[in-house]
Design a protein around this ligand. Structure first.
Ligand code: C2E
Ligand code: MG
Ligand code: MG
Ligand code: MG
Length: 286
């Protein structure tokens, strides 16, 4: 035991820990500078509906145009959440999303939804609701065009409080989707009480859906539950035609994945919309 305590005591000073600490401090400083210098941009991943056979929306995914190259959320969102920097970053993301919806008002169909990931820290922030209301008052958008993606784990604390909060969000004309469905620990009984229009099945349930019977059984069960509750389903991470075929045999759903498209920078997403207008033509790859 003494040996273990000694180890713990000195482990803080190992070279490796120092390096981790220093690189974390560097990353934090760089993140602050990135906010100042507006190095963030949103990329847009199309969402295709298998029944309607067309593009019905997109998800905004954050990218950091770092001087050393493009950085993806996995490389900076966790630290941004630990440090609270996700609050100013998330505010920028939401402003940009609303601005983009206004710029696209003429090219998107009536049922087009643009979704944005909201961090649990933002949800817990006192003034978040009020600021969102003010943002939409200054930049009005038609009801339903803006979607908030919330993860199960960000919602599990106080049921009644969460339901009230979600209803307030809805009253602003914002739709609510549960992201990464199935990866958290919340009970179905809890989830079905929430006013959500859609659940997004995480891609860990999809990678083998076409040849793993257990995985297929789970996805089918989620489809059936959602249908019974009249909740829409979006399946994330669809990469192959085989996966798509398995899913369409189970029922209609939204598809988001590399089979259709990766997340695209704004100009390339606009080209995509020109090629596959949301309200008219069949979507690609289906
Ligand atoms: P998410 O919200 O579940 O987003 C889906 C992730 O799956 C995205 O990763 C997307 O690029 C990736 N993806 C989509 N289709 C495929 C596919 O067919 N195959 C594979 N392998 N991956 C696919 P990304 O962009 O790296 O984002 C990762 C996570 O970072 C997001 O997961 C979300 O939780 C978070 N995130 C992204 N943007 C924001 C943001 O603006 N704010 C906050 N708070 N979190 C964000
Ligand atoms: Mg998401
Ligand atoms: Mg997800
Ligand atoms: Mg996620």
């Amino acid at each position: 035991a003494a040996k273990r305590a000694g180890k713990n005591r000195y482990s803080f000073f190992t070279e490796e820990n120092n390096r981790n600490l220093i690189s974390r401090m560097q990353l934090e400083a760089e993140l602050r500078a990135a906010i100042e210098n507006e190095e963030f941009e949103l990329h847009y991943q199309p969402l295709v509906d298998t029944a309607l056979q067309r593009v019905t929306g997109a998800e905004c995914l954050l990218r950091w145009r770092h001087p050393d190259g493009m950085r993806f959320p996995d490389q900076f969102i966790p630290l941004a959440e630990e440090t609270g920097l996700i609050l100013p970053i998330g505010e920028w993301v939401l402003r940009e999303t609303v601005a983009q919806l206004n710029r696209w008002a003429d090219v998107i169909g009536e049922d087009f939804g643009l979704s944005v990931n909201i961090s649990s820290l933002q949800i817990r922030e006192q003034r978040f609701l009020e600021r969102t209301r003010e943002l939409l008052k200054a930049n009005p958008i038609a009801d339903g065009h803006l979607i908030f993606e919330l993860t199960e784990s960000s919602l599990i604390e106080d049921v009644e409080g969460t339901i009230r909060w979600l209803r307030d969000i809805e009253s602003l004309g914002i739709r609510i989707a549960i992201d990464d469905f199935g990866t958290g620990y919340s009970s179905l009984n809890y989830l079905v009480r929430l006013p959500v229009y859609c659940i997004k099945i995480d891609r860990v349930f999809v990678n083998n859906v076409d040849h793993d019977r257990d995985q297929a059984a789970i996805v089918l069960a989620i489809f059936q539950m959602a249908r019974a509750l009249r909740i829409e389903v979006v399946v994330e991470g669809v990469e192959t035609r085989e996966q798509l075929a398995t899913l369409t045999a189970m029922g209609s759903c939204g598809i988001q994945g590399w089979l259709v498209s990766k997340a695209l920078p704004v100009d390339r997403f606009e080209q995509f919309l020109q090629e596959f207008p949301p309200s008219e033509l069949p979507a690609p790859a289906l």
